[in-house]
Design a protein. Structure first.
Length: 394
């Protein structure tokens, strides 16, 4: 009968330690080297490509649509993953470029990113910005214009300003206005009623016409010293002489025509001869009367021309003066218009080139014998105007 020897405690501990170590090492290697159950599921889904409801996710890289800011897209097809959680996310993949994360629905969309922007929540501006007009460009002549000191002037890069000594002497106004473009203004109508503005064709009135302000000296044409040394004919109105007009048209009217009595005779003749005509027709009658004053064959005063041969009944120059009917002004308004026309034509503010040097006229409903011996000029209203060939009586 064998006798068992007792085993020491050290031997038992060594035996237990050697039996536990191999299983521990083997388990650790299996835990590190093999995937978990979840990894098995992900790998199976990725390899098989089956988009079953049970599959947690499935992704693939696809080219982006034209107009996109990235080169590729990686759509996710997980049914339990809302698209909003990955919207706007992405990754910079090596060898590919910018890859955007999208859902599978977004992956098959052919709409560019610019058109997929949601603008429903956009609202108007809180502050209304009004456009501001650009500042007026500065120029050397802007001292004559109204400018603002609140805005800085805008300078043109191609424009340069330089100061040079001007050769002009005694022409200060021209120097001051030489830096800006002059505008062609219409003839001055100062002192002329608005109703006659369209007939005014002369900037300056006769210097003897006190009804109009004297013209300011033009230093661009003459120096201040030379403007004082003017001859006696300076400032007088001389009608423009056209072809066929007579030489006596170059003679200015006598100074007496601007007197109150002479103007009354002219206004009276306009009133009774042409108050029913247009303003132009009335001015034409006044011009005929003044042409006779210039013509040496007629009296040298307005009253002398208007009432010439008034003692011959119905045989005078103007029918109202010898028709035997007392001259009464029944329309004060028409007479005031005649007064304005009389002064404007006498001063030369109104001169009708179409009438020219005409000294005769008659109503269209009569046919005088003298009309065949004269040159017909123009018809205005009911009056037909004529001028003689020789300058006086034909």
């Amino acid at each position: 009968m064998h006798r068992h020897l007792p085993t020491s405690r050290l031997g038992v501990a060594s035996l237990k330690k050697s039996s536990f170590l191999p299983p521990f090492v083997l388990g650790l290697c299996m835990w590190v080297g093999f995937p978990t159950m979840t990894a098995y599921q992900d790998m199976g889904s990725l390899v098989s490509g089956i988009e079953a409801p049970g599959t947690r996710w499935n992704s693939f890289v696809d080219s982006a649509v034209a107009g996109s800011v990235h080169v590729a897209e990686m759509p996710f097809a997980a049914a339990n993953m809302p698209a909003g959680t990955i919207s706007g996310s992405g990754v910079d993949a090596s060898g590919i470029g910018a890859v955007a994360f999208k859902s599978k629905k977004a992956a098959i969309s052919e709409i560019p990113d610019e058109d997929r922007v949601t603008r429903d929540q956009k609202q108007g501006r809180i502050v209304n910005v009004a456009p501001v007009a650009p500042p007026k460009a500065f120029n050397a002549g802007s001292v004559l214009d109204r400018t603002s000191s609140l805005l800085r002037p805008a300078h043109d890069g191609d424009v340069r300003m330089a100061f040079a000594k001007s050769p002009i002497k005694g022409k200060e106004i021209e120097i001051a206005t030489a830096f800006y473009l002059k505008k062609n203004e219409k003839p001055a109508t100062q002192g002329v009623p608005t109703m006659l503005a369209d007939l005014v064709n002369n900037d300056t009135a006769d210097i003897l016409a006190t009804a109009y302000a004297p013209p300011e000296p033009d230093y661009a044409k003459a120096s201040p010293f030379a403007s004082l040394l003017k001859d006696e004919g300076a400032g007088r109105f001389i009608p423009p002489v056209a072809e066929g007009d007579h030489d006596w048209m170059r003679k200015p009217l006598p100074a007496a025509v601007f007197s109150k009595g002479e103007q009354k005779c002219l206004a009276t003749a306009i009133y009774f001869e042409a108050r029913g005509e247009s303003l132009k027709g009335q001015a034409a009658v006044a011009q005929v009367i003044l042409n006779r004053v210039r013509n040496p064959a007629y009296p040298s005063t307005i009253c002398g021309v208007v009432y010439q041969n008034d003692h011959w009944r119905n045989r005078c120059q103007f029918s109202f003066a010898c028709d035997g009917i007392k001259d009464r002004i029944t329309s004060r308004k028409h007479y005031e218009i005649a007064e304005e026309i009389a002064m404007a034509v006498t001063a030369g503010k109104i001169f009708l080139p179409s009438i020219g040097s005409s000294t005769h006229y008659y109503a269209a409903y009569v046919s005088p014998g003298w009309a065949r011996t004269m040159e017909k000029m123009k018809r205005i209203g009911l009056h037909i105007f004529y001028r003689t060939y020789g300058g006086g009586w034909s």
